[in-house]
Design a protein around this ligand. Sequence first.
Ligand SMILES: *[C@@H]1O[C@H](CO)[C@@H](O)[C@H](O)[C@H]1NC(C)=O
Ligand SMILES: *[C@@H]1O[C@H](CO)[C@@H](O)[C@H](O)[C@H]1NC(C)=O
Length: 218
Amino acid sequence: MAVAADVVARTLAVVLAVALLSPRLVSSNSEGDALYALRKSLSDPDNVLQSWDPTLVNPCTWFHITCNQDNRVTRVDLGNSNLSGHLVPELGHLEHLQYLELYKNNIQGAIPAEFGNLKSLISLDLYNNNISGVIPPTLGKLKSLVFLRLNDNRLTGQIPRELVKTSSLKVVDVSNNDLCGTIPTTGPFEHIPLNNFENNPRLEGPELQGLAMYDTNC
Ligand SMILES: *[C@@H]1O[C@H](CO)[C@@H](O)[C@H](O)[C@H]1NC(C)=O
Ligand SMILES: *[C@@H]1O[C@H](CO)[C@@H](O)[C@H](O)[C@H]1NC(C)=O
């Protein structure tokens, strides 16, 4: 009896250890891989990404990266860093990321739809770049998002109505782009000043309730 119980206990201990450790190791590596994919996609004349070494066990010691106590990435702080190149869909794997700060660079190309998987994201700051394409409707999945600053880029298309359901949103700035259609007026958009939509020559002003769906001028 005692021997059998001991074997069971040991087996359980091993199973438990594996269950607790492996997701953590796997996720640390995958977060480093996701960030390294970003590094490879960017041109970095000032070498601000020099410490981003993918052979380290996790990215938590890299400059401009902050992690929580479980070594999961919570912040990427690369504003004003003279970076150019493209964003990468792999960033969508950073499920504990709260702050993505990439403002005042010269990043071009689209915002990956996969950013809608950043379920902990509080702040998406991509203002003052050269980003084109549409604002991905998947951003409407971000239930913690408070700051969405996309101003001073070359974004086109409508302001996705999916964002109207993001009740956590406090600050939206999409001024100085090339958006079209109308400005949402419900949900969090009730409290966003109209200045934050200015200088979009094709944007037509606040929508009439419910009429956005029929906007074909865009
Ligand atoms: C930014 O990078 C360019 C090269 O792409 C360089 O000529 C310029 O001096 C850099 N600017 C700053 C502020 O570091
Ligand atoms: C912005 O990106 C476009 C390509 O999408 C490029 O032709 C243009 O030179 C870029 N602007 C600046 C200021 O780098």
